[in-house]
Design a protein around this ligand. Structure first.
Ligand SMILES: [Zn+2]
Length: 184
């Protein structure tokens, strides 16, 4: 099975200074939804792995998170795209859980759910935590320069990212590169 594991905030949608705490706050980045559609059409299943510490901090609840994701799924469907599932860590850093990235717990959950080894599966995100978690689970790290981290860097992958991290301008560029590589 062809699988891609994406970060959410800063990769698919705009990542503001504050947490995304309502569906109104959730706005896709230019081209991101179409990028997921192209991945789907090329045979990739797409899932999300995201830290949502705002839950643990009580800034929003699961009902609100579900509403945010309902908006996302609806907007994806409108362009013929689909995200299979959203795996999220609901904990604050103080809870010292095993699923908060950069620990690989969410990725391990994904591997278990799909019954597959994640070796070589593309993990794509805008921040080091997503890529470190993915790499720890065997994934290939892909960085997109669309999040808050990117503002201070040009093309080079910043320090502290896993070895072999490949940089892309945005999710569209990542999707095109992955699809080209996977083509027969
Ligand atoms: Zn957690």
């Amino acid at each position: 099975m062809k699988l891609v594991i994406l970060e959410r905030d800063g990769t698919i949608n705009y990542d503001g200074a504050d947490f995304i705490t309502s569906a109104e706050d959730w706005t896709p980045l230019p081209g991101a939804l179409d990028a997921i559609a192209r991945l789907n059409h090329a045979g990739f299943h797409v899932v999300i792995a995201t830290n949502q510490p705002g839950l643990g901090r009580g800034l929003f609840d699961v009902v609100t998170l579900n509403a945010i994701h309902a908006k996302m799924h609806k907007m994806l469907a409108a362009v013929g795209a689909r995200v299979d599932a959203v795996f999220y860590c609901p904990h604050s850093p103080e809870e010292h859980c095993l699923c908060r990235k950069p620990l690989p717990g969410l990725f391990e959950q994904i591997g278990e759910r799909y019954g597959m080894d994640l070796q070589g599966v593309a993990a794509c995100g805008d921040n080091a935590d997503h890529l470190l978690a993915g790499a720890a689970a065997g994934c290939a790290p892909h960085w997109v320069r669309t999040g808050s981290v990117a503002a201070s860097f040009s093309h080079a992958v910043p320090e502290g990212y896993p070895p072999g991290t490949v940089a892309h301008a945005d999710l569209g560029a990542f999707a095109d590169a992955l699809i080209a590589r996977a083509a027969p």
